[in-house]
Design a protein around this ligand. Structure first.
Ligand code: ADP
Length: 279
């Protein structure tokens, strides 16, 4: 070991240990996580949280130990997907003003932490500026008692702003899954996120094209409601592989609204077909 190759004097620790890592990533304090996957989209409302919930449920169905960090601090929706919005995460005070969060567990033992599980009531808004939000988000990642996890899925904040940038740069994300819908205006904005991830050097697994079609109830044909372009064409435009396409499905929305999405997804073969081979 030596400090000769360090980029600057500041990054030299000692002659014995060599250079410090330039940008050390945050690490969870309680537990061990094997894989961290970010689910991202440039725009709100395209189904990023829904896809996060679906992938988490499919991984748990395969027997993996799964956690979900709802990093969409101002628009958290993961507790609703899992029907745990009436529960509360426990905040355990420790010495030196430190805290430890005990996440809420879903039916399939997925560990969920979300701003909505930490506020007194679900509809209380979080009226904070960016730096406060990023601070809390980092704390939720570091101070949650994740235990041993095979996968932690992060429902990323929408857009390419301050908060998404912090998550991508400071959390040790292994790769991201992109969610889009077949509308040119959406793909254009989603492409910005793809380029942002590429610039930061994060691996991209591919894109899930959500709301790609509806199934005609009479003839069972796929009707493309938003665009005649295929999902493959949209993935080509983004320059990343297509993971699969999901229909607009009113039963999924209904399940989501009644807190039964986890059960619905677990029992629906469509999701197994698309996501079983993903990890
Ligand atoms: P985002 O996280 O991108 O803001 P959400 O996952 O919260 O988006 O989805 C927005 C809304 O669209 C939710 O009400 C959700 O139930 C609904 N939704 C998402 N995907 C589908 C789908 N494939 N079929 C039917 N409704 C969907």
């Amino acid at each position: 070991m030596s400090c000769e190759d360090c980029k600057s004097k500041d990054t030299c620790q000692t002659k014995e240990t060599g250079c410090k890592e330039e940008n050390p990533k945050l690490m969870p304090r309680y537990g061990k996580i094997k894989n961290i996957i970010g689910i991202i989209s440039g725009k709100g409302g395209v189904g990023k949280s829904t896809v996060t919930g679906i992938i988490a449920t499919m991984l748990a169905k395969k027997g993996y130990k799964v956690g979900v960090l709802d990093a969409d601090i101002t628009g958290p929706s993961m507790p609703r997907f899992f029907g745990v919005n009436d529960k509360r995460a426990t905040i355990i005070p420790l010495e030196n003003d430190m805290v430890k969060f005990e996440p809420v567990e879903t039916d399939s033992e997925i560990k969920v932490i979300s701003m909505n599980l930490l506020t007194a009531v679900e509809d209380e808004p979080v009226i904070w500026r960016g730096p406060v939000i990023t601070g809390v988000l980092k704390q939720m990642f570091v101070e949650t008692n994740w235990g041993e996890l095979d996968y932690l899925l992060i429902d990323m904040p929408p857009g390419t702003g301050d908060i998404a940038l912090t998550v991508m740069q400071e959390l040790p994300i292994d790769e991201i899954v992109v969610v889009s819908t077949p509308q040119d205006m959406v793909s254009m904005i989603v492409k910005k996120v793809v380029i942002m991830a590429q610039k930061i050097g994060i691996k991209i697994k591919g894109v899930v094209e959500n709301m790609a079609y509806i199934n005609c109830p009479d003839c069972d044909k796929k009707i493309r409601v938003f665009s005649k372009k295929s999902s493959e064409e949209n993935a080509d435009y983004l320059g990343i592989p297509l993971i699969g396409e999901l229909p607009i499905n009113i039963e999924l929305t209904e399940a989501l609204e009644s807190g039964k999405a986890e059960e619905y997804v677990r029992e629906n073969s469509l999701y197994s077909l698309i996501f079983e081979g993903l990890y």
